[in-house]
Design a protein around this ligand. Structure first.
Ligand code: FES
Ligand SMILES: [Fe+2]
Length: 414
């Protein structure tokens, strides 16, 4: 596949969203090589806790071992490949394969083989441990795995996106977030890259989300216009952002990002924030709000929600969603969960509309012409900003161009 002929600075070829060969290259080059978000430490707080997830199409179990060590094990019995763990989450220091009863510790060692005599004197326990992701890293509770033994370190990969994680956890008076509200899942008949690009598309909200804007107070209506001072940012490494802070700062008040709530609604939270961060910093945090940042390839910090993208096939993606819970802020969390239900749930007013657009894109792509998708919006007015990002008006396609730049590098590097 000659990717250089399919990706140009201002347009991309439609086959990149539909071709099965492209999809399998992406699994190998992006999903099985790069850092991929797998879970949050709050989902497995105690030794023995585990959750099951996917890295690309690889089923994995993320476990916390005796010493608190987090491991990412491939969820495949080393006997005859049965899916070892079926539960979404649980707590156990060992896993017993349902097929022939082989037992593994939660660090992956084979410790039990029924009817052992059938293997004579051949040593098998030592040879048949579970496979593990060779690299696992964590930043402020966010656990990432790479199925490649080599490559850039996690912090190098995150680059400027680490600061977005800081911004999110700093909204907690304890400096920590928890992802323990449970996950909603949407199965979407669209390519995974449609989801990545849509998260940071500031052009569509005025049209796709008009029904939400007419039903509820939602700050994004005014933010995503050609005359808004909100920005789109390309942070490099494929990480991108819709930055609403310039608009919030213009108004200079807290909680615009939280349905324009007043500070008087959460006096204890505000007090705890001031105690931790001091009056000035806390005022800034409550004015700026949470980040709207897409960390390539699968973690979307969606303000008070968090979305994770899982590729299933060229035209099938699962998007999971949860509320971001701020440790030490129960009153904020209660409201955040109600917002998640209203926006993200199956009958929600926000994300189902995005999913519908992604699916219609995928149907549109079956028409043979025009073969290319245009990504030129705002090219003439983007600029390098002082935080090191490439920035432009929030409705511009700077983010999508940044994502495709990273994509091209990853798909063509030696
Ligand atoms: S496949 Fe797991 S014990 Fe046989
Ligand atoms: Fe949207």
């Amino acid at each position: 596949m000659e990717y250089r002929t399919l990706i140009e600075p201002d347009r991309i070829h439609g086959s990149l969203y539909t071709n099965a060969e492209v999809f399998s290259h992406e699994l190998a080059r992006i999903w099985y090589r790069e850092w991929v978000f797998v879970a949050h430490e709050s989902e497995l707080p105690e030794s023995g806790d585990y959750v099951t997830r996917n890295v690309g199409r690889q089923p994995v179990v993320i476990t916390r071992g005796e010493e608190g060590v987090i491991r990412v094990l491939l969820n495949r019995c080393s006997h005859r490949a049965n899916l070892l763990c079926q539960d979404e989450k649980g707590s156990s220091h060992s896993f017993r394969c349902p097929y022939h009863g082989w037992t593994f510790t939660n660090s992956g060692e084979l410790v039990g083989v029924p009817f052992r005599n059938g293997y004579g004197k051949t040593p098998i326990r030592e040879k048949l441990a579970l496979s593990r992701a060779p690299r696992v890293g964590s930043y402020k509770g966010f656990i990432f795995a790479s199925l490649s033994p080599s490559g850039p370190a996690l912090m190098e990969h995150l680059g400027n996106a680490a600061e977005a994680i800081d911004r999110l956890v700093d909204l907690s008076p304890d400096g920590e977030v928890e992802l323990t509200a449970g996950w909603l899942k949407h199965k979407v008949s669209a390519n995974w890259k449609m989801a990545v690009e849509n998260q940071v598309d500031g052009y569509h909200p005025r049209f796709v989300h008009d029904s939400l804007f007419s039903a509820a107070k939602y700050q994004v209506r005014e933010l995503c216009t050609d005359s808004s001072s909100a920005l789109v940012r390309d942070h490099g490494n494929g990480h991108t952002e819709l930055d609403f802070r310039p608009e919030y700062r213009k108004e200079g008040t807290s909680f615009i990002w939280f349905g324009r709530a007043s500070e008087a609604k959460f006096p204890e939270y505000v007090e705890r924030m001031v105690r931790r961060y001091g009056a000035e910093r806390s005022r800034q945090l409550l004015m700026d709000g949470p980040p709207h940042v897409m960390i390539f390839p699968n973690l979307f910090l969606a303000e008070m929600n968090l979305l994770v993208i899982e590729p299933i096939g060229p035209s099938l993606t699962v998007q999971r969603q949860t509320s971001v819970l701020l440790k030490g802020a129960p009153e904020i969390n209660r409201r955040a969960m109600r917002q998640t239900e209203g926006a993200m749930g199956p009958g929600g007013l926000l994300i189902p509309d995005d999913c519908e657009m992604m699916e219609r894109n995928q149907v549109g792509l079956t028409a043979m012409s025009p073969e290319w998708l245009t990504l030129s919006r705002g090219m003439h007015r983007e600029y390098s900003d002082e935080d090191g990002s490439l920035a432009s008006n929030v409705t511009d396609e700077t983010a999508q161009r940044g994502i495709w730049k990273k994509y091209l590098e990853t798909m063509t590097e030696e």
